[in-house]
Design a binder for this molecule. Sequence first.
Ligand SMILES: Cc1cc2nc3c(=O)[nH]c(=O)nc-3n(C[C@H](O)[C@H](O)[C@H](O)COP(=O)(O)OP(=O)(O)OC[C@H]3O[C@@H](n4cnc5c(N)ncnc54)[C@H](O)[C@@H]3O)c2cc1C
Ligand code: SF4
Length: 489
Amino acid sequence: MRRRWLFGDQLGPAFLDHPDQPVLMIEAHAVLRRRPFHRQKAHLILSAMRHRAAELGDQVQYLITDTYREGLAQVDEPLDVVQPTSWNALHFVDQLATELDLERLPARGYATTRAEFARWADARGGKRLLMEDFYRDSRLRLDVLVEGGEPVEGRWNFDAENREPPPRTDTLGLPEPSWPTEDEIDDQVREDLDRLEREGVRFVGEDGPRTFAATRAEALNALDDFVAQRLPIFGRYEDAILAADRWMSHSMLSAPLNLGLLDPMEEVAAAVEAYRHGDAPIASVEGFVRQVIGWRDYIWHLYWYLGEDYRDRNELAAEVDVPDWFVELDPEGTDANCLKWALTSVREVGWAHHIPRLMVLSNYALLRGWNPQQMTDWFHRSFVDGYDWVMVPNVVGMSQHADGGILATKPYAGGGNYINKMTDLCGSCVFDPKVRRGPTACPFTTGYWMFLNRHRERFSRNQRMFRMINGLNRLSDLDELVAENPELR
Ligand SMILES: Cc1cc2nc3c(=O)[nH]c(=O)nc-3n(C[C@H](O)[C@H](O)[C@H](O)COP(=O)(O)OP(=O)(O)OC[C@H]3O[C@@H](n4cnc5c(N)ncnc54)[C@H](O)[C@@H]3O)c2cc1C
Ligand code: SF4
């Protein structure tokens, strides 16, 4: 049996062929010197790798080096490696395979294989690769919530029951999620990161007790806790934000899932079992399943299917540099309450749920014309669950519309009124979501109209934007708005 070289996001049992297989792990620090990552992201990854090494004991050769090449130079036996998760790492492994005795294996950790996705996409001539169609195909192929070829309870999609505005309470009233307990491995990681900082390595964000699972046991515990406590109302407030409830009913499983500690199908099985036992309603369970085998796999496959150049797309010619306060996760850089809140979450824990990412942070970037490649890099560095494969389609495609509409047929742009409807953040803001001009103008509302105006010609050709462009045409004070906001023209 060859020694399996495991990357830091291949840590679960599914990445070995046999429990006794010899393993190589290389903790390469050069990547930390290249650009500033969130301190808690660096901590999570190093902690997860070292915990896995401790579990493997003598089975693992664990090397701490500057670069992978330095580590590989110390190994003198045949290796194999599961396909890594970024284009850069894939090219690196391909190159190594011409120099070393290194066998390359297909990717693991996703519900649909690359070959299955390619079959599905090619059957459509590579066009109209809609998530909804992919998701239904996956439900059937994987036999999830399906009976006799039909979706259980007669529908594929329960969005109509989900996505309500937030309740009029401060929180959803759920118990505090079950957090991991740090141990001596975390103490050692913290000491090492402190030392690296003294040597000049820069991090962003705050240090803090580790929030996300770093071991298989912690990940399984987090999954159980989610299914028991939060899954039953997962769908209902999926699209809402409550200022005093950072976690709401989200699973917080993206980090352990992307580290390879959990398998998507075991998450799905746990959620479906809760439904079968009557512990969670179909709307919530379907909503969660859609995220895991729908959205997550769809994003993973598009990363490869759309090719390496996809990351450079900038169809809206958004060239404004992301400002320093945003890069440094400094909430004092803005007076906008929603932005302050979302940046504070990222600063404090390296995480915010889907809606602050999409409706607040990246919506703002889209409206201001910030550069999509800089935004991709920002998300990658600042979020504990951020990896190249997941950031590129989510940022370039889903949130910045920089692919011109491949991933989403219309841009995810929203003004203050939408944020006001779906959050409780506007009431305590110095701005007024209804106002687009003057000292109390909400930057999202002003930004929304200016964004539509800036791209009026392109969007006029998009049927799905018809209503929005109509709204723009009816603005009585558009000339004044444009004159007052030269930076958004
Ligand atoms: C601009 C932007 C950047 C994002 N960056 C990341 C990222 O770096 N890493 C990441 O894992 N997710 C990313 N997402 C997707 C999603 O926001 C997170 O997966 C989710 O918020 C993580 O929290 P959770 O585990 O509580 O998710 P839940 O709300 O509990 O959802 C369940 C699971 O569904 C999966 N999922 C749902 N939507 C997506 C999606 N669009 N892409 C990939 N997986 C999805 C995740 O694995 C998640 O754990 C991003 C979304 C946007 C709009
Ligand atoms: S008023 Fe505007 S800036 Fe303030 S919280 Fe609401 S959407 Fe954000």
